[in-house]
Design a protein around this ligand. Structure first.
Ligand code: MG
Length: 158
């Protein structure tokens, strides 16, 4: 059986935080604020995977009231989500992510991001797509107040 999932996430941009996207540290003057490493793209992906299996969302799996997840590496959380999926009888097939960010230019990091996610999901990199778009300076992404990430995925029965 094949099932589809979608996820989205938003984090605020602030000073004095690292910018981590798809497990890759991106050079920038601002970073995303959050309880974990605030990797908005990996969070959207995890919600897509959990949604595909109707297993809730990352807020349920990794509550932000839990000190265990303070500053957590979202790639490790993604590995845990893959394990939860496997226990439910599913594995990921492919995924496609879009990151809405006005700055910085993400193109130089895209291949490294795809590889990081593919490794965590135990997939070939050809099954992982990461894209970036600006919002033409419109909205909170365009005003550099935050970033949004959208993810869709397919999962299949083991
Ligand atoms: Mg999040």
């Amino acid at each position: 059986m094949i099932r589809i999932g979608q996820g989205m996430d938003v984090h605020r941009l602030v000073e004095n935080r690292d910018l981590i996207l798809c497990g890759v540290k991106v050079e920038h003057t601002l970073g995303l604020l959050g309880h974990s490493d605030a990797d908005v793209a990996t969070h959207a992906l995890m919600d897509a995977l959990l949604g595909a299996a109707a297993l809730g969302d990352i807020g349920k799996l990794f509550p932000d009231t839990d000190e265990a997840y303070r500053g957590a590496d979202s790639i490790l959380l993604l590995k845990r989500v893959i394990q939860v999926l496997r226990e439910a009888g599913y594995r990921p097939v492919n995924t496609d992510l879009t990151i809405a960010a006005q700055k910085p230019k993400l193109r130089p990091y895209i291949d490294q991001m795809r590889q990081r996610l593919a490794d965590a999901m135990e997939l070939d990199v050809s099954m992982v797509s990461v894209k970036a778009t600006t919002t033409e300076k419109l909205g909170f992404e365009g005003e550099e107040k935050g970033m949004t990430a959208y993810a869709v995925c397919l999962i299949e029965s083991l």
